[in-house]
Design a protein around this ligand. Structure first.
Ligand SMILES: Nc1ncnc2c1ncn2[C@@H]1O[C@H](COP(=O)(O)OP(=O)(O)OP(=O)(O)O)[C@@H](O)[C@H]1O
Ligand SMILES: [Mg+2]
Length: 617
């Protein structure tokens, strides 16, 4: 019996150590012991008792060991977590003051300057019993994000708004929600954490796929704001469109089986019925509407934020300075208005100037502080083009867009010198004659620039409609001042400038125009019409000629006369002024041969076809 006790103690010791080979040794001893007992005592009942005892001890020890190792690792994790928690709390105890840019950020719609129409449209879309999805277009730093951040709170104040008081505003930046084509992590749409991944936890070990919510679900019941929405990957954009339709996100996993009873009920529910994603989208972009997929555009109300004019920049700067309780010298705001092209730039300039003041123990921003910031930051003055005081020959005010929603006055000048028939040349300066287009597959196509092509169209129109043989003239067409001319929308302006130069007719300095011209003399619609008309207003233009098809009722509310035209003859009729109306006469170039007369021009078949008999010369 003493041998039995000894053997039992050895077994117990081996089992306590818990290593697999020790279990093996212990079981060998037990088997020997059992054989020994059977031989010595020969009783079956004793053997059974010992076997029972053995298994009880083995199982007991096994669970004891497991419990011990679990407790050991739990204590280690707890210790580690406590240390990390202390570190986190120490970090949370450290606070800097708010950055000036945050202090000066608009906290009320009244503080967003110059975007009355944009905010009105945004309110109409969101603060309603049936809010709509929205895309806000506009140049950088004009208040798009600032307005989007305020709109949800505004909507919640409405009694019949579907947004509850706890509705969330979820903000993501399309440039940071990179598309993951394996679909392992998709912070925008959501993803499924499949059990094969490390760290899949208890559910992963049990072979259960775990759905993870994306921003579209986090924004459920509220607003999802996607800044720079134009940067979204096309596949993400398509997924987003589907969600806007379904208001639910459906996730998929190869590891999901609807028959698997191991999978918890809520995960079955998510795979079968989807995750809720009923939100309203506000996208903001600095891109042109044309570069946003039409499918997304058609589902959203499109809102345009406009560039800020110097007077608005002055108000933004004044408000920012007031918010940080700082004084300024006279002339500071005017100077910032001349240089800052948007609200963010204005606020940055004033913040740097305030920083300089604080460092030098001063409390009043001076003009020379601003000059220093401007020189140091290498800011260039805003391109501010103004119209001439008097009608001119061969000089026409065109209109161009040079960025999202940014319009500008575009000068076009032309001279025409009468030469021997057939020797006339056409010189075009100030635009690219050829442009390179790079396709997605890396191929490069060279083609005549759109602006150059539109000059060629104009020459055809001039020949056809006015019976002018352009080979009798050396025509020089110039686009001064590096104005961006990247499309065909300068067609009508070019035609009027060349016509004016050849016929020595004066063009109204208070008129500006835009429109593409077809070789049949028709004027076709162009893009960016609103910023173009606004640019005309700021340049001091009194009448703006636009293609018939670009007409919008809103023009009736503009502080300018907007006139529709449908063909080149109408454009010339509207743009030319009588010589008697010109106060300071500029001696016209002597036109030598083939002088055009009203009769000769009006008599051309093309003009008769257009039914216009009133072409002034
Ligand atoms: N119209 C404005 N009125 C008042 N402050 C403005 C205005 N526009 C810009 N600001 C100032 O510039 C900061 C940046 O503006 P915001 O982030 O709204 O620009 P954004 O249009 O979203 O530009 P981006 O396209 O670069 O994101 C604002 O916090 C505010 O201080
Ligand atoms: Mg923004």
């Amino acid at each position: 019996m003493c041998d039995y006790t000894q053997a039992a103690l050895t077994c117990s010791h081996l089992l306590q150590n818990g290593a697999p080979d020790e279990y093996f040794k212990a079981s060998n001893i037990i088997i020997l012991l059992m054989l020994h007992i059977t031989r010595e005592e020969g009783t079956m009942s004793q053997l059974l008792i010992i076997i029972q005892l053995f298994f009880a001890v083995v199982i007991g020890m096994y669970f004891l060991n497991m419990l011990r190792s679990q407790q050991g690792s739990k204590i280690a994790v707890e210790k580690e977590s406590k240390k990390e928690m202390e570190k986190l709390q120490r970090m949370r105890g450290i606070h800097l003051t708010k950055p000036l840019s945050e202090v000066t950020r608009p906290s009320d719609f009244r503080e967003i300057i110059g975007q009355k129409n944009g905010i009105r449209a945004l309110r109409a879309a969101i603060c309603s019993p049936n809010p709509q999805h929205v895309i806000i277009y506009g140049p950088p730093g004009v208040g798009k994000t600032a307005a989007a951040r305020l709109i949800l709170e505004d909507a919640k104040r409405m009694f019949n708004s579907p947004f509850r008081q706890d509705a969330k505003f979820v903000e993501v930046d399309a440039t940071t929600v990179r598309f993951d084509e394996r679909g392992i992590a998709d912070p925008l749409i959501g993803s499924v954490h499949d059990p094969i991944y490390q760290g899949a936890g208890a559910m992963g070990i049990a072979g259960i796929p775990q759905p993870k919510m994306g921003a579209v679900t986090k924004a459920h019941g509220g607003i999802l704001f996607i800044d720079e929405i134009g940067e979204l990957h096309p596949i993400q954009m398509n997924k987003l469109l589907k969600i806007l339709e379904d208001r639910t996100v459906f996730l998929e996993s190869a590891y999901y089986s609807s028959d698997d009873t191991n999978i918890p009920f809520h995960i079955h529910d998510i795979f079968q019925n989807g995750l809720p994603a009923d939100f309203r989208l506000i996208g903001a972009t600095t891109r042109d509407p044309e570069s946003i997929p039409p499918a997304l555009r058609s589902r959203c109300l499109e809102i345009y934020f406009k560039p800020l004019i110097p007077d608005e920049i002055k108000v933004v700067t004044r408000n920012a300075l007031r918010k940080i309780s700082f004084e300024s010298e006279e002339g500071v705001f005017d100077l910032i208005g001349k240089y800052a092209t948007n609200g963010r730039e204005a606020v940055n300039i004033i913040q740097t100037a305030v920083g300089v003041n604080i460092n030098e123990n001063r409390d009043k921003v001076t003009v020379s502080d601003i000059e220093w910031v401007i020189n140091n930051g290498q800011y260039s003055p805003r391109p501010e083009r103004k119209i001439y005081n008097e009608p001119q020959i061969g000089y026409v005010n065109g209109l161009a867009v040079y960025g999202p929603n940014m319009g500008t006055l575009m000068e076009i000048e032309a001279t025409a010198i009468n030469v021997r028939r057939g020797t006339g040349r056409l010189i075009v300066t100030g635009i690219a004659e050829e442009e390179e287009l790079r396709s997605r597959d890396g191929r490069t196509i060279k083609r005549k620039s759109m602006a150059k092509a539109s000059v060629d169209n104009v020459i055809t129109v001039i020949k056809k409609f006015f019976g002018i043989d352009t080979s009798e003239y050396d025509i020089h067409l110039n686009f001064p001042g590096g104005t961006p001319v990247d499309g065909p929308s300068a067609g009508v302006t070019i035609a009027v400038a060349i016509y004016s130069a050849i016929t020595n007719s004066y063009i109204d300095n208070k008129i500006a125009m835009t429109g593409e011209i077809s070789i049949r003399g028709k004027i076709k619609a162009v893009g960016g019409i609103i910023p173009k008309v606004e640019a005309a207003i700021h340049a001091g233009v009194k009448k703006v000629l636009i293609p018939e098809n670009n007409w919008q009722e809103i023009f009736k509310t503009f502080d300018i006369e907007v006139i529709r035209m449908s063909n080149i003859v109408e454009a010339i009729n509207l743009a030319t002024v009588r010589q008697s109306d010109v106060k300071t006469m500029i001696t016209p170039q002597p036109a030598e041969t083939n002088i055009l007369t009203a009769a000769s021009i009006c008599g051309t078949p093309a003009i008769q076809a257009m039914g216009d008999k009133n072409i002034p010369l």
